[in-house]
Design a protein. Structure first.
Length: 69
């Protein structure tokens, strides 16, 4: 999964330079699709690349980002 997330990070950083992208939102239509896993892995990947990173869990019903290790 790390290699796939690192590839996504590379594409996002390339697009950020081209379009001035500053915010990324991970979402889906239903629960249990891995939003928290992908978002936390992507945040960690961006931080490893020395990018300023802030992960905000907007799931008010069942926030789980603080429990990811």
């Amino acid at each position: 999964m790390n290699e796939a997330v690192d590839a996504i990070r590379t594409m996002l950083l390339h697009q950020a330079r081209a379009d001035g992208l500053q915010v990324v939102m991970i979402t889906s239509a239903i629960g249990g699709e891995g939003k928290t896993s992908v978002a936390s892995q992507l945040a960690a990947s961006l931080a490893r690349a020395w990018r300023k990173t802030l992960l905000v869990d907007g799931d008010l019903r069942s926030p789980a980002a603080s429990q990811v290790v």
